[in-house]
Design a protein around this ligand. Structure first.
Ligand code: 13P
Ligand code: SF4
Length: 323
């Protein structure tokens, strides 16, 4: 039988254990904004994909525990080849990242030999290795805009982020890929408008992975990290958050005087929610699951990530060497 007091005690004990193990292992816990509330509470660093890549570069610890999905841990390993990177749950993947294969990407390149390949970080290390440069949702426009020598861009794998970039950079031809985020496409424009009707003073903030009609009714389109900065600086008192619902916990914590709403309860990424306190404790105790990218894939994927970090303004010399 579920007992709330026992549950709280159980979680507190796990947090103590994690804290102890973290010291013993010399570990840092990096947490994506979509993680469970209790995982956000144990974060040394939390943020969006770009901030976490940058944090991984600066991490001053022997071990990085990456509470997110596998492509994020892979990037942390590529950027930190001398550190041990742990992904607490091996099965925590990103379905969008699986929507592109090397064979199909090579075929696309053959069709468009003059195009550069820009790859959203939600992709495997092998796909990053096949690409010219990576981007995240917070710097996609900046990265594509920086490719002055290219008129055509093959943008993989997210068609919605690609369309959003096309809208903002009309003088380039963005060749879209048929990938998408199964979580972000769950919300409809009607649901967003209904939420607005219920909260007429609220500003609508949407992630660019949402469908274009959802974006068309939003006040501001940005990454999860961009939402934090926007809310902090906005005079508005309430916000409709159109992205994974894990965002609400962090936003409320950082802005206790403001209100946040989601347009639907369906905005939950199942794989982001796989990481629990129990798995984080196990991961540090057993030093599992270690994510290590090596060899030629690591070298080439590093170049794509490092080019992105260079354009995005990451200051670390280590991050941008060999580009
Ligand atoms: P952010 O880079 O905005 O955190 O997004 C990552 C992601 O997986 C969105 O679904
Ligand atoms: Fe992948 Fe979407 Fe989950 Fe982000 S929210 S990790 S893009 S499935």
């Amino acid at each position: 039988m579920y007992n709330k007091t026992d549950d709280i005690k159980y979680k507190e004990n796990l947090k103590k254990k994690i804290f102890q193990l973290k010291k013993e292992r010399d570990a840092v816990i990096i947490v994506h904004n979509y993680q469970r509330d209790e995982i956000q509470d144990i974060a040394d660093i939390s943020g969006d994909s770009l901030a976490l890549s940058q944090a991984a570069v600066r991490a001053d610890a022997k071990v990085i525990v990456f509470c997110g999905v596998d492509f994020m841990a892979e990037s942390a390993s590529i950027l930190n080849p001398d550190k041990i990177v742990l992904l607490p749950v091996k099965e925590a993947g990103c379905p969008m990242a699986d929507m592109v294969t090397i064979e199909r990407l090579r075929a696309k390149r053959k069709q468009h030999p003059d195009a550069a390949v820009v790859c959203y970080v939600n992709s495997s290390a092998a796909i990053k290795a096949e690409s010219d440069v990576c981007c995240t949702s917070s710097n996609a426009i900046q990265i594509v805009g920086s490719l002055k020598d290219y008129k055509e861009i093959i943008f993989i794998p997210d068609k919605n982020l690609g369309r959003y970039v096309q809208h903002n950079i009309p003088d380039k031809k963005i060749i879209l890929w048929e990938g998408f985020c199964p979580t972000h496409i769950r919300v409809s424009k009607e649901e967003v408008l209904m939420a607005k009707k219920e909260h007429p003073d609220a500003e609508i903030l949407a992630h660019p992975e949402c469908n274009p009609d959802v974006l068309s009714v939003s006040d501001h389109i940005c990454s999860t990290g961009g939402m934090f900065s926007y809310v902090k600086n906005s005079k508005a008192k309430s916000f409709i958050i159109v992205t994974e619902s894990g965002m609400l916990y962090g936003l409320k914590k950082a802005n206790p005087d403001k209100e946040f709403y989601v347009p639907t309860e369906r905005l939950v990424c199942p794989t982001m929610k796989l990481t629990t306190l129990g798995w984080v404790a196990h991961s540090l105790e057993a030093m599992e699951c270690q994510i290590k990218i090596t060899g030629d894939i690591k070298e080439r994927a590093y170049k794509s990530l490092a080019r992105m970090l260079k354009v995005s303004g990451e200051k670390s010399g280590a991050a941008i060497s060999g580009v």
